[in-house]
Design a protein around this ligand. Structure first.
Ligand SMILES: [Zn+2]
Length: 134
């Protein structure tokens, strides 16, 4: 008995994500990555082409090495945020100061040490999204 499972997944983005066409929307869910600092979700190619809108100082544009070290494929959950200042979801995942887009709810991993050092050397005040209990 052949029990061939047809694993055909729908590649289309959810409607609420499609509605965000003007915001930063991942174009291809297979190569999607999350910015390690803010959790913005985009494809590797989008990070390479545009960098991260929230974290321009990470200088990912045209730098695939930087894209790979500043983003991660390990994240859980997604939340489309259209109006970060007004959205309870944005506040809940702490992106209410960020730009509209699709965000990971949790991101695994942190910036590489050499990236951190680079930012510190340049005097850039950055903070990863998860709140460090102060
Ligand atoms: Zn970012």
């Amino acid at each position: 008995m052949s029990d061939e499972e047809d694993e055909r997944y729908d590649d289309e983005v959810p409607q609420q994500v499609a509605d965000l066409a003007s915001a930063s929307v991942p174009l291809n869910l297979k190569t999607i990555r999350a910015c390690k600092r803010c959790g913005l979700l985009k494809t590797q190619g989008q990070f390479y082409d545009e960098g991260c809108e929230n974290c321009p100082f990470l200088e990912m544009t045209d730098n695939m090495e930087r894209v790979n070290s500043c983003t991660t494929a390990f994240f859980e959950g997604t939340a489309a945020v259209m109006d970060p200042g007004e959205s309870w979801a944005a506040k809940w995942i702490r992106v209410d100061n960020y730009l509209p887009g699709v965000y990971a709810i949790t991101v695994t991993g942190q910036l590489d040490r050499d990236v951190e050092e680079d930012l510190e050397n340049r005097g850039i005040r950055w903070r990863c999204r998860p709140s460090n209990s102060a």
